[in-house]
Design a protein around this ligand. Sequence first.
Ligand SMILES: [Zn+2]
Length: 274
Amino acid sequence: MTRLHLIIAVGIAACWFGATEQLMARDVIRHILADGFDYPVGKPDGKGYYKYRGYTPNGHLGEDWNGVGGGDSDLGDPIYSVAHGVVVFSDDVRKGWGNCVIVRHAYRDDRGKIRYVDSQYGHLLKRYVKLHDRVRRGQQIGSMGSNRGMYAAHLHFEMRKELRLGMNRSSWPRNNSCYYHPTNFIKSHRKLRSSTKLYPIQVNTFAGQGRLGKDPRLKNLEVPVTESSLRPIEKKGSEEKSSVLRNILSRLRKEKDDENEEALEKMRRRLKKR
Ligand SMILES: [Zn+2]
């Protein structure tokens, strides 16, 4: 091997190590442990809100939270991060979901072991956090939405133990192996031992993120909500209404997901009424 070969070889090796290290550093964000979990609405105890629909394995994999005022009276209400954590997803995924945020929390369990859990917030009117932001317990991360008038405004809220789920829910088991009962999880983790130390939180664990592939949508940031996208379907002209509904129906049919199923059922009923 000549001297030139050696220099090139060392150069390539240095670049490779440098790149790997950079990649690894980018996939971990350090943050403090959760010192407890609160409710995502009416902080900290959920005051002024009620669970309209609960968690059922192989059915509805989260909880739907509504304001006690009913209807759209809660549209735009603040949605809070249930605990300290790092934003691992913030995007408008449209379909039956709309704006979604997922926050990953590191916490110490009752045996002293560090564990991780994801909280997911769906159908948001607005998102106030972006991918990889560090958030605190009770920080407003979004506002309550209706997914462009598809539902009466409510929050769809999940707690997940499977950290590779993201919004690819249909690729994973729909039961307690991947999800927690959200209220039960919060109730049993209201106050936790905290520390000022920073702990590593793995990010980019969803298909389409980081090493798993580049998805330009993940650059996201806040999606502007326009007046027309918020206008409830009922208020649109009759012709426009039908075409909007048919459009949504065809989009929803393409993807199997219980949130989509719920939306699909509602759209079918609306079309039938006409
Ligand atoms: Zn729901």
